[in-house]
Design a protein around this ligand. Structure first.
Ligand SMILES: C[S@@+](CC[C@H](N)C(=O)[O-])C[C@H]1O[C@@H](n2cnc3c(N)ncnc32)[C@H](O)[C@@H]1O
Length: 274
């Protein structure tokens, strides 16, 4: 594709329509990972993140439909969303005839502290496919040590461990010498101020480990990974380093410029073409 391995500035609905036209109407993305604004009043440089409920749901339908059109027949569609709109996303997905494979809870530490209600420490991550029989799922890429292996010494245990649960945190008994002590390999923290990977210009930066797990599971090297809300560029950076082709779409010119330089500075296996 002409625009692959780049971050495109623009509105994702319009850009996806153009890309689809270019492909003669045939879905082209093997994985779409979408982390849209949650309609919670977060401050982005261009997008206004607090609109009417109906407007937000209407827009959600539009961009989800554009993503479904851009998805290849064997592709998977992942959506990160907060509590306020998780139910609506599930309903829209059903209307679009997507097949839900997992409703993942990403539990993270360092949630905000509160006084009058419980502090939120999770995000919903939906994993949908177009076709319930035709999809990629590389279980061997993401197996973790099982309690059968580490605690019960059970001979029936799969030698490569188990596929992680749909709550993404590694329980302490699953931490073995296979993982660096102190390095929270599977217990995926939010990206904090002190983290080396923090790019510093975007408050919603997703952890690279979370994207790596998704990309390695549902794509093969050479597949095309698309992020319609690219933000700080986490998805494209990780896709690039794992030998996948990529397209990022982002509304803000400033984020596009900054994420392009993040991409250049990242360890890449390919020419970034940016
Ligand atoms: C939650 S952030 C994504 C963060 C990203 N996952 C990361 O790791 O940096 C959402 C992004 O969507 C962008 N955005 C909002 N509306 C958009 C649109 N219509 N098309 C493309 N990007 C949009 C915002 O500017 C913001 O950077």
């Amino acid at each position: 594709m002409k625009q692959e391995n780049s971050i495109i500035q623009g509105d994702c609905v319009a850009v996806l329509a153009d890309l689809l036209k270019e492909q003669g109407g045939k879905g082209f993305a093997d994985l779409i990972f979408a982390d849209p604004p949650f309609n919670i009043g977060y401050e982005y440089d261009e997008y206004h993140d607090k609109v009417d409920h109906e407007e937000y749901v209407g827009w959600t339908k539009k961009w989800m439909k554009a993503c479904v059109n851009a998805l290849s027949d064997h592709g998977s569609f992942w959506i990160a969303i907060g509590d306020d709109y998780a139910a609506e996303v599930r309903i829209v997905a059903r209307e679009l005839k997507l097949v839900m494979r997992n409703w993942i809870i990403w539990y993270y530490t360092f949630g905000q502290s509160t006084r009058k209600k419980f502090a939120r420490s999770h995000t919903h991550i939906f994993y949908f496919v177009k076709d319930k029989k035709n999809f990629v799922f590389n279980d061997e890429a993401i197996r973790v040590p099982s309690a059968r292996q580490t605690t019960y010494n059970d001979k029936r245990a799969h030698p490569k461990g188990k596929v992680p649960d749909d709550t993404w945190i590694l329980r302490p008994q699953e931490v073995t010498e296979a993982f660096e002590p102190g390095e929270d390999t599977w217990h995926i923290s939010r990206v904090c101020g002190t983290f080396k990977e923090r790019a510093g210009f975007h408050g919603c930066q997703m952890p690279e480990k979370l994207l790596a797990r998704i990309i390695e599971t549902v794509t093969n090297p050479g597949h095309l990974v698309l992020d319609p809300f690219s933000g700080s560029g986490t998805t494209v950076v990780v896709a690039n380093s794992l030998g996948r082709r990529f397209i990022g779409i982002e509304l803000s010119e400033q984020y596009v410029a900054q994420s392009k330089s993040r991409l250049k500075d990242s360890e890449s296996l390919f020419d970034t073409g940016s």
